[in-house]
Design a protein around this ligand. Structure first.
Ligand code: F6R
Length: 610
């Protein structure tokens, strides 16, 4: 959601900005722009649509010479996607230029205040208010830092900012609050960016900006300040992961590459946390006594991360006998939740920047609750603000639709539930051993499924024109159905719903007609006969059924039209295997419909607004 890149150094800025913005495309955007200081003037180009248009408009950056610049990809919130609403935004004299990620919540009030003082607005955006407000204070102080801190005190909402002042051609000013921003340092110059992949090609030394911090970058130096203009000392983090991790590596799409990286993601998340046959999660920072004392777990997240929570409820309650509540972060933050005497709140997030999840974390802490973050992006806001953080080692996930981070989140939950079950003595020693062995086998079993993706591709090609697809299952199979349905709708744009199989007959079954595709997930032995009955119910109404089960249940072929078998594991982990064919199905439907698999319309990878 909105991407920012800035560069000041020895090289031409525009190609670096365009390259960095390309690396941030995964975040989702609908317009783009760059501004470069050419020595005397700040020149700018901005267009609606894809970055390719900006590259053409600037002759791949050559048309905007200069070694200082800022760039932006915009995901529209205030005002439609258009050339005018694209960033950068500027004051009347084009002497202060701003790119912004976030939302200025009190922009209407500020705009009125500025209009009353003669300022004229050209765009519909909330960001433009920042350019004029900076102008207002700069004209009074003649000091960019003072002007910026004044603006930070006046605005409400979230922001990551990159700013050029024409009077200070040797500096980039930046600041952040509740929207991600990093600062990169290299021999050949310094950078700002929304995320590491944008600058990884140039540097691995990165500073994570904290809320209400300011960075002033020159060619050779980076200075940090707080909102009182006091200097702040920061240490750089060395980024370990490889640049190839953020490239397609021979796959046609990031999504396919990331689906295939899932076995590795599980190994990296699980194996370091199993020592001598015992699960050790040092990051948890909880004694056995504290684990025994937990009377309730609350899992809070959005989208697919929320679906891992729905699954974790079955796993935790089954293995560790702790009651679990699962909430959508956007609901939780306003529902005034009731905490137990010893509640553990778990916030799950790939990006670690999702605004609703971050707000839920803060809401929990404000009520005195300890929060455990399950997070993929190292150094992200949720990782830093949680009381303890358990990283999922999925590596950078670029495709907007999550796959490997989702699977790694499930694996993290399995580890936690097993650890809790062991400590609370709700699973026997032999079961504990068997579960650990199953967990370590999962990557291999995933590889087996991924070996041959053709049957799923062929099946998907038959459903490219479908208008509605239903996913059904019970228990953990319902949790997987939720994820299968979301994957499909977000990248194929086909309407789809996931239903607890037993619930269909309470209304939704009226939508089933001749040829409607129903994907039935039936991995849970105890529930298998029940799900088969539900399959028969939809078949009777003309549905075409794709079933997902394991080899023991060959009789399912009698009631389904296409069956995909997954290897056998225990009931809790079956979802991790069943999700793979569903991800591949969504991928091939999207591909067959000629859609942008990695960057589906209207979506952003990191949802940093409410
Ligand atoms: C779906 C998807 C989203 C995210 C959701 C939460 O494929 O990617 O539903 O799961 O936006 O994002 P994070 O995990 O970054 O908090």
């Amino acid at each position: 959601m909105c991407g920012i890149v800035g560069y000041i150094g020895d090289e031409q800025a525009a190609p670096i900005l365009l390259n960095g913005l390309t690396k941030l495309e995964y975040r989702g955007y609908d317009s783009a722009g760059i501004a470069v200081f050419d020595g005397s003037e700040i020149r700018m180009e901005k267009v609606s649509g894809r970055l390719q248009r900006l590259k053409e408009a600037t002759d791949n950056g050559k048309a905007l010479p200069g070694m200082v610049g800022i760039g932006h990809t915009r995901w529209a919130t205030h005002g439609c996607p258009s050339d005018t609403n694209a960033h950068p935004h500027f004051n009347k004299e084009h002497s202060i230029i701003v790119v912004h990620n976030g939302i200025i919540e009190n922009f209407t009030k500020l705009k009125l205040h500025l209009e009353n003082r003669g300022y004229q607005f050209v765009s519909e955006t909330d960001t433009e208010v920042l350019a004029h407000l900076l102008d207002y204070y700069y004209k009074r102080t003649r000091n960019p830092l003072a002007a910026l801190t004044k603006v930070m005190q006046k605005v409400e909402g979230s922001y990551a900012l990159g700013i050029l002042f024409r009077d200070h051609p040797d500096s980039i000013y930046s600041a952040r609050k509740d929207s991600p921003l990093i600062v990169g340092q290299s021999e050949r110059g310094n950078f700002i960016a929304s995320d590491v992949p944008a600058i990884l090609q140039y540097t691995r030394e990165v500073f994570y900006m904290e809320n209400e911090e300011i960075a002033v970058l020159t060619r050779d130096d980076i200075k940090f300040y707080n909102v009182d203009e006091e200097p702040v000392e920061k240490t750089a983090t060395h980024i370990e992961w490889d640049v190839n991790a953020a490239e397609k590596g021979g796959y046609e799409h990031f999504l396919l590459k990331e689906i295939y990286e899932q076995p590795r993601a599980i190994r990296d998340t699980v194996n370091p946390r199993i020592k001598d046959g015992q699960i050790e999660i040092e990051e948890l920072q909880m004694t056995d006594e504290e684990i025994k004392g937990i009377d309730k777990i609350m899992i809070v997240a959005c989208g697919s991360a929320y679906h891992t929570g729905v699954m974790a409820k079955y796993v935790f309650e089954g293995m560790a006998r702790v009651p679990v509540e699962v909430d959508l972060a956007s609901e939780y933050r306003y529902r005034d939740p009731i905490f137990g005497r010893n509640t553990l709140v778990i916030v799950v997030s790939q990006s670690g920047e999702t605004a609703d999840s971050l707000a839920a974390l803060r809401e929990s802490q404000a009520h005195g609750q300890k929060v455990l973050g399950i997070v993929n992006v190292v150094g992200s806001s949720i990782a830093r603000e949680a009381d303890s953080v358990m990283y999922t080692w999925a590596g950078p996930e670029i495709s907007v639709a999550t796959t490997k981070a989702y699977s790694a989140q499930l694996a993290a939950f399995y580890l936690l539930a097993l650890k809790f079950g062991r400590v609370r003595k709700t699973i026997s020693d032999s079961d504990y051993e068997a579960y650990i062995s199953d967990l370590q086998k999962l990557p291999e079993q995933m590889e087996e499924i991924l070996k041959d993706r053709q049957p799923i591709q062929r099946f998907a090609n038959r459903y490219l024109a479908a208008e509605h697809i239903f996913f059904i299952g019970r228990g953990i199979d319902y949790a997987i159905s939720l994820e299968g349905s979301l994957k499909l709708k977000e990248i194929s744009y086909i309407h789809s719903e996931a239903y607890a199989a037993g619930e269909l007959k309470h209304g939704t079954i009226s939508l089933i007609e001749d040829g409607t595709l129903v994907v039935a997930v039936a991995t849970q032995e105890k529930l298998y006969p029940k799900t088969v009955s539900n399959i028969v119910e939809v078949k009777t109404r003309g549905a075409f059924v794709m079933a997902l089960t394991n080899e023991d249940n060959k009789d399912i072929e009698k009631v389904s039209d296409f069956t995909f078998y997954i290897p056998k594991t225990n009931r809790y982990f079956a979802g991790s295997l069943a999700v793979l064919p569903l991800q591949l199905f969504a991928y091939y439907v999207s591909l067959g419909r000629g859609l942008d698999v990695d960057k589906p319309r209207n979506l952003a990878k990191s949802v940093t607004v409410e």
